[in-house]
Design a protein around this ligand. Structure first.
Ligand SMILES: NC(=O)c1ccc[n+]([C@@H]2O[C@H](COP(=O)([O-])OP(=O)(O)OC[C@H]3O[C@@H](n4cnc5c(N)ncnc54)[C@H](OP(=O)(O)O)[C@@H]3O)[C@@H](O)[C@H]2O)c1
Length: 306
């Protein structure tokens, strides 16, 4: 079967190649993948991956064979799920606890946007507890996680500030509910109950200054790929906390199926727009990956396995 595989010598370090068919464990479904979504973390990992490594976290498709232990949806069900490896392939074996059934009327492509970006946004916001009338700062607000986090935070009653790299990248974020969109975190002011930061580097240092008394700063990435230097006095005097979050580590103890189902229901009800901004064939994976790497995607990028 075909799969997108790490190929360090090829454009965007990926190519379609023949690989072995997957074998499902008793708790896994075998699915035929229809759509996959791309994440910045995959772009970053591909940059360093050895030849033959198999990327792919977000998948949506049809169940070919249900799990032999009886868990999960039956053959023929339309599902979306989170795989920790190798999802960019025609067929995939995936634990039944990591999938949810796609509601009628939602496409595979829209569903595929949700596992990494949606569940990350949801779980990060939970660090803030009750968000009603609380100020929430979201860096990388123009990206896949950021756009979903803005909407979920606003649904919970938060007053959201989104940080973007340019005014152009901020287009449309107020329509998603952001109370203010600020170009550059150095221009943000006041104190925040909850900050979600994946830009890393200086953005994390600035976030440590902006987090409020008893507030929470959730660090979940380092898009800048830089070290952070900060004066600890800016932080500890506020009794605030800095927490880390890593989705792929968390999914073992806390499978994503239930959270995914909740997000799908919100999308189906028209209460969450996962901001599908780019669709392409997986044969054009390199150009889609390049667009994401160059920060030209205003939301999520999805590939169809045609
Ligand atoms: N810990 C986890 O489990 C987890 C889960 C999901 C994602 N992540 C991480 O979270 C980050 C966001 O993920 P995503 O899928 O939302 O990515 P994305 O769609 O590419 O969005 C990232 C946003 O970050 C902003 N950014 C700021 N500095 C950047 C830099 N130096 N390089 C690139 N982008 C920069 C960009 O906005 P502007 O162009 O407006 O500046 C971009 O829109 C990534 O670092 C990813 O690896 C971590």
């Amino acid at each position: 079967m075909l799969a997108l595989v790490a190929a360090p010598d090829r454009e965007e370090k990926v190519e379609l190649r023949e690989v072995a068919e997957p074998e499902a464990r008793p708790d896994e479904l075998l699915i035929e993948v229809d759509s996959i979504s791309l994440n910045r973390g995959e772009v970053n990992r591909l940059a360093l991956a050895a030849d033959g490594w198999r990327p792919g976290w977000d998948v949506a498709g049809v169940v070919l064979e249900p799990a032999r232990d009886g868990s999960g949806p039956p053959a023929g069900a339309r599902v979306v799920g989170l795989s920790n490896f190798g999802g960019w392939s025609r067929k995939l074996a995936i634990p039944s606890r990591q999938v949810a059934v796609i509601p009628e009327g939602l496409s595979f492509a829209v569903a595929a946007t949700l596992p990494v970006a949606g569940v990350t946004a949801l779980r990060l916001l939970r660090f803030g507890g009750l968000l009603l009338k609380r100020r929430v700062l979201i860096t990388g607000a123009s990206g896949g996680v950021g756009r979903i986090a803005i909407q979920l935070a606003c649904r919970a009653g938060a007053v959201v500030t989104g940080i973007v790299g340019s005014a152009e990248r901020g287009a449309g974020l107020q329509e998603l509910g952001a109370a203010e969109v600020v170009v550059g975190i150095e221009n943000a002011s006041g104190e925040f109950h909850l900050i979600l930061d994946a830009a890393g580097g200086d953005s994390l240092a600035q976030s440590l200054k902006l987090v409020g008394q008893h507030g929470t700063l959730a660090a979940y990435g380092n898009s800048a790929r830089e070290q952070t230097t900060f004066l600890v006095n800016d932080f500890y005097l506020k009794d605030a906390r800095l927490v880390g979050f890593f989705m792929l580590g968390d999914m073992v103890q806390h499978p994503v199926g239930e959270d995914l189902a909740g997000l799908l229901a919100l999308v189906a009800a028209g209460r969450l727009d996962p901001q599908l901004a780019l669709e392409a064939s997986w044969r054009d994976a390199a150009s889609a990956l390049r667009a994401l790497r160059e920060r030209r995607v205003a939301g999520k990028a999805v590939l169809h396995l045609d």
